[in-house]
Design a protein around this ligand. Structure first.
Ligand code: NAP
Length: 294
């Protein structure tokens, strides 16, 4: 491996240390008491792990969290009623409904039910519109984490050639707007892109978010490029076990890249740190305090 390994765990820990300090200062000086409500529907094992990590990290930075678990059979209207109740609760500053949801529930309806001021996931269409038009607002966690990781290698992204593979509403599209706001020159590739490796090789900054294990190979990487691997895929491992891999074939990509994020330990921890930051931001906005610029 010749590439520098971008340590998302360490960079996230640095950010959460700053968030903890800011939470303590705002509590002391302004009596601010930020609270995150997490809603988990059903018993998807991956979702249970994510939710556990998020609530544990919320407590670790000194903020309140409440976990609302609903059975997989819950009706859409009961879930929407819970969201409405959380929207109205002044002690709740951020609401996160863990996806995916069971088939009887239309996820877009739930995303649109969350009050934009409490939309710490950044998935509401209004939040997306604020980002797209460069107006202040909450920014989606995973794309924000990706940009922070890229900036840990290149403090300024201005003028850099960035390629994003994947155009989902939760990763690729918001990442496009965040990178544009950093003055990068951005290409978004997807399943209909012609000669994907050639498009990817244009990138000084390559972001891969497609949900296909180790899809991005050596021929996707421009020598010296910075690679941010968003993918989280569970694949079979020896002894009947499983392991997590990204959307990039790490070992071979690392022979060509200048810097690369591992999976696990790259984007994942940054997503949670950015969720903490969004919860603090939402609490500050609700209290009429300036946004903590961390
Ligand atoms: P998604 O909604 O399924 O979107 C996948 C995107 O990849 C689509 O735009 C699709 O193109 C594109 N794509 C699929 N196959 C492709 C191919 N063969 N060539 C080129 N493009 C292809 O996925 P997502 O929600 O964005 O998630 C992507 C990955 O990131 C997943 O592994 C997910 O687990 C991971 N993730 C990680 C975090 C984290 O915290 N680390 C957070 C969110 C997601 P079309 O639009 O043309 O279909």
């Amino acid at each position: 491996m010749s590439a520098r390994r971008i340590d998302g765990t360490a960079i996230a820990a640095e950010l959460t240390t700053k968030i903890s300090a800011e939470v303590a200062r705002l509590r002391k000086e302004h009596g601010l008491d930020p609270g995150l409500a997490v809603v988990l529907v059903g018993s998807n094992p991956a979702s249970e792990v994510y939710v556990r990590n998020k609530t544990a990290k919320t407590a670790a930075v000194g903020m309140r969290s409440s976990l609302h678990t609903l059975p997989a059979t819950v009706s859409e209207s009961d879930l929407l009623a819970l969201v409405a109740q959380l929207n109205a609760d002044p002690m709740v500053h951020g609401i996160l409904v863990q996806l995916p949801l069971p088939p009887q529930i239309e996820p877009q309806k739930v995303i649109e039910a969350v009050a934009p001021a409490k939309d710490v996931d950044g998935f509401h269409p209004l939040t997306a519109g604020l980002l797209a038009t460069g107006l202040p607002g909450l920014r989606p966690c995973t794309p924000s984490g990706c940009v922070r990781l890229a900036k840990s290698v290149h403090p300024s992204l201005a003028g850099m050639e960035a390629v994003i593979i994947g155009r989902s509403n939760i990763v690729g599209k918001p990442l496009f707007h965040l990178l544009l706001a950093e003055n990068a020159t951005v290409t978004v590739a997807h399943s209909r892109t012609r000669d994907l490796p050639a498009v990817a090789r244009r990138a000084d900054l390559l972001f891969v978010a497609i949900g296909r294990p180790e899809f991005g190979k050596r021929d996707f990487i421009k020598p010296g490029a910075t690679v941010i691997d968003v993918g989280i895929n569970r694949v079979p491992a020896d002894g009947g076990k499983s392991r997590l891999v990204g959307d990039v074939a790490f070992a071979e990509a690392a022979e060509v890249a200048g810097a690369i994020t591992p999976v696990p330990g790259g984007v994942g921890p940054m997503t949670i740190a950015c969720l903490m930051l969004n919860t603090l931001s939402a609490a500050c906005t609700a209290a009429g305090l300036p946004d903590p610029a961390l």
